[in-house]
Design a protein. Structure first.
Length: 148
């Protein structure tokens, strides 16, 4: 059996992680978790590109730029089925209930083990990001401005 993939979590501290692991009786998982400090925006593309998947189970999100950044980096995305995230992700991400650890876990296993699932999400992600650009946003804003 292969070693489990590490879970990389950005910008939380050890004390918080230990509290979560104790409350969930999952202290044994600590050896598979890598904590990072704040990650600079300039470093994010290489972090995303090196990941097996990007998990973004946000409970409240106004837009979700990290979802698009991950897609642009060729990483399969799993994100929440609430707030603005389904609209941003479209069919290019696997959508989960952010309050359901079971749903999140099952979806992670599906993306990592089902033949072609990760590749399908990556390809859909590359197509999805074509719908988002600064020039498209500027054109839409200009249209609104002229209508007012």
């Amino acid at each position: 059996m292969a070693d489990p993939l590490p879970l990389v979590i950005a910008d939380i501290n050890e004390t918080f992680l230990q509290t979560v692991l104790e409350k969930t009786d999952t202290r044994s998982l600590r050896n598979n978790i890598v904590l990072t400090d704040y990650i600079l925006n300039s470093d994010l593309p290489s972090i995303y590109a090196g990941a097996s998947l990007f998990l973004y189970p946000s409970l409240r999100e106004s837009f979700g730029i990290p979802v698009l950044e991950s897609m642009a980096s060729g990483t399969p995305v799993i994100t929440s089925n609430n707030s603005a995230l389904p609209e941003v992700a479209g069919a290019a991400a696997a959508l989960v209930d952010a309050n359901s650890e079971k749903n999140i876990g099952e979806t992670m296993v599906q993306v990592l083990t089902e033949y072609g699932k990760a590749t399908e999400l990556i390809n859909k992600g590359y197509e999805r990001i074509k719908d988002f650009s600064w020039s498209i946003s500027a054109d839409k804003l200009l249209t609104i401005y002229k209508a007012i």
